[in-house]
Ligand binder design. Structure first.
Ligand SMILES: [Zn+2]
Length: 301
């Protein structure tokens, strides 16, 4: 791809995170081959064409932060924690670019963000403090740019949900598996839930639209179901049928089947996928029955 021609002024009228990221992606697509955002997304080039003057590792004396945005005159300077893995660094650069582009995020001339602030996608409660909202917004911005909905949706919805497939997608986009799972939750056409756990303790629950209620015991801080495939398996598994009683609050719809898969990460971290196959696809026998039911012969007397 040739050098991106982007200009901050084109986004000055937008105030909403989605509007800004969509407008930015539209402009990148216009300048790209086949009208598609290049994958992995060239976040460095994008930032540098939007008046970010440099992107450098955080100096050793302020290592407690994951990312810093600094403004001087009309230029911005992004710093990232270079001890973190590359996908994490890229996400941080996207996060700081979010602070740079979303109005009201940078009130003074500097913003310093911790690891926790650059990882959180949820803010709960009625009166969410502005500081918390800003960090969540910057994370959404980063996820939307690094995993553009048009391209990402095609990749995740091409085949049935599978954590190994999702892992390959995270590598293709050069993003962390954690960020990839959050984006999957938003854009998947399938009915499923992804549970991150550490030593069997639930850390994050990501439910796609339409997935029924999990048993109320399974929330953050609780243990995963002891009867689950995830509790028993010692390696990665494929999607395997599982009894609804293991995970769900209420009986499963009679037409659907529940499947479970577990995927190992490092240091006791594991990911579980629970998938409700509610596709009403007709198999060969159904099609034959349908054909027979339509065949309505009229015999001559
Ligand atoms: Zn931040």
């Amino acid at each position: 791809m040739s050098k991106l021609e982007l200009s901050l002024i084109d986004y000055a009228d937008y105030t909403n995170v989605n509007d800004i990221s969509n407008a930015l992606l539209r402009n990148i697509r216009k300048q790209s081959l086949n009208n598609q955002v290049p994958i992995p997304v060239p976040i460095h080039d994008i930032a540098m064409s939007l008046d970010i003057a440099s992107i450098d590792p955080i100096p050793p004396e302020v290592k407690s932060f994951e990312g810093i945005l600094y403004k001087e005159g009309w230029q911005g300077f992004i710093f990232y924690n270079d001890n973190s893995p590359e996908p994490r660094q890229r996400f941080t650069i996207g996060h700081e670019l979010g602070h740079w582009m979303i109005p009201s995020h940078l009130t003074g001339n500097k913003r310093s963000c911790t690891k926790q602030q650059t990882s959180s996608f949820t803010a709960t409660g009625k009166n969410i403090p502005k500081e918390v909202r800003i960090e969540v917004e910057a994370n959404y911005f980063s996820a939307q740019i690094l995993m553009p909905s048009f391209e990402f949706k095609k990749d995740i919805n091409r085949v049935e949900p599978d954590l190994r497939h999702l892992f390959r997608i995270s590598q293709k986009y050069n993003v962390s598996m954690a960020a990839c799972c959050v984006r999957f939750k938003e854009l998947s056409d399938f009915s499923c839930v992804i549970i991150h756990h550490h030593n069997f303790v639930i850390k994050r629950v990501l439910k796609t639209k339409g997935f029924p209620s999990l048993d109320r015991n399974f929330k953050k801080g609780a243990f995963i179901s002891p009867k689950s495939i995830s509790a028993k398996a010692t390696t990665d598994t494929s999607l395997e049928p599982v009894d609804w009683k293991v995970w769900l609050q209420n009986p499963n719809n009679y037409k659907t089947e529940l499947y479970e898969q577990v995927f190992q990460q490092n240091d006791g971290y594991r990911i579980t996928l629970i998938y409700l196959d509610d596709s009403k696809e007709l198999d060969e026998d159904d099609l034959e029955l349908e054909r027979l039911s339509e065949w309505n012969p009229k015999f001559k007397k």
